[in-house]
Ligand binder design. Structure first.
Ligand SMILES: Nc1ncnc2c1ncn2[C@@H]1O[C@H](COP(=O)(O)OP(=O)(O)OP(=O)(O)O)[C@@H](O)[C@H]1O
Ligand SMILES: [Mg+2]
Length: 304
């Protein structure tokens, strides 16, 4: 099927927003690993840190940059933009200031970069909503816990109280509506399980069931992401990841390195981003991606 008639005007940058209103779900960890994996695959990557308070992604790349200055092997770095905070006491002035900075950051990379990875804070704001409506791929990490599920769809023992669309999911549905109106684009929303336990508990199975029930209604895909591994957090001070040749930086880390690499690779495959087929130019890959994803959600809609 050909969707040329309603194809959006695609920019070169495929925007990956990592978002979830639940604090500590793993947004920054996933952003870090996605950005480094894409860099290592040879893509031109830009990052934007929308978490103006914690600035985790910014801190990671500062650490990586200083490590790169003395490392014996080349270390890939993205173009990175940290958003400054509006410091006025007037909310509207701050919003206008932050909008200006964000528009500038996006404008600077949307035509020259292949991927933009945006890490977001665990809060709702005008800027968060704007960023979500720009996403091509929205990655929402969540832990195997009903508390995490409740941010998307209300969890309750009473069937009649269960399943109401919760605040963050509502934000995403609104972003999708806006996106359709603005450029007829689609947002591929993937729920990525994070900090999975090695042995699946009954609770983890119940949570997985609950997530798969939500998937049809809210229209997201589900991917197994990362297990809970020390290696996903211990390299932060030196700005490295399991994807880097860390055996040269720290002895004794390699036992979990391969498993971590396989997980990140599996996550990238599950995200099904444009550009993974050899011999296909990025823009062509973007168009193929759009047709594939639009078709997927159209069929899901028709079936629903
Ligand atoms: N797969 C994992 N294995 C081990 N530790 C993890 C994993 N994912 C995240 N963590 C740890 O969990 C904590 C929260 O992760 P992270 O900061 O990435 O979450 P976040 O969603 O960005 O949080 P916030 O909402 O505060 O921005 C951190 O200490 C991080 O190192
Ligand atoms: Mg964070």
């Amino acid at each position: 099927m050909n969707f040329d008639d309603d194809a959006p005007d695609l920019r070169s940058a495929h925007v990956i927003v990592v978002g979830n209103e639940k604090g500590g779900a793993g947004k920054s960890t996933i952003s870090i690993h996605l950005a480094v994996a894409l860099l290592k695959a040879g893509h031109k990557v830009a990052c934007i840190d929308l978490d103006t308070r914690q600035q985790t992604l910014t801190r990671f790349f500062e650490n990586r940059r200083s490590w790169a200055a003395k490392a014996a092997w080349p270390i890939e770095l993205p173009r990175h933009c940290a958003m400054g905070r509006g410091e006025s006491s007037d909310v509207r002035t701050n919003e206008a200031h932050e909008f200006g900075l964000f528009a500038e950051a996006i404008g600077a990379v949307e035509h020259d970069y292949e991927f933009v990875v945006i890490d977001t804070p665990a809060s709702d704001s005008y800027l968060m909503r704007l960023a979500h409506s720009l996403a091509d791929t929205l990655v929402s990490p969540l832990n195997d816990s009903f508390i995490d599920v409740d941010v998307f769809s209300r969890v309750n023992h009473d069937r009649s109280q269960r399943g109401a669309v919760a605040h963050y999911a509502d934000l995403v549905l609104e972003a999708r509506r806006r996106r359709r109106q603005v450029d007829n684009g689609v947002i591929d929303w993937i729920m990525v399980r994070n900090r999975m336990a090695t042995f699946a508990s009954n609770n983890a199975r119940q949570v997985a069931l609950s997530i798969s029930r939500m998937a049809g209604e809210l229209r997201f895909r589900v991917a197994d992401g990362l297990h809970d591994r020390v290696i996903f957090r211990e390299l932060f001070p030196i700005g490295l990841t399991a994807l880097d040749p860390i055996e040269q930086a720290a002895a004794g880390l390699s036992s979990s390195q391969n498993a971590a690499r396989r997980e990140i690779d599996g996550l990238l495959t599950a995200l099904d981003l444009p550009g993974r087929a050899p011999g296909i130019e990025h823009m062509e890959a973007r168009r193929l991606w759009h047709d594939r994803v639009a078709n997927y959600y159209r069929e899901l809609g028709a079936a629903g």
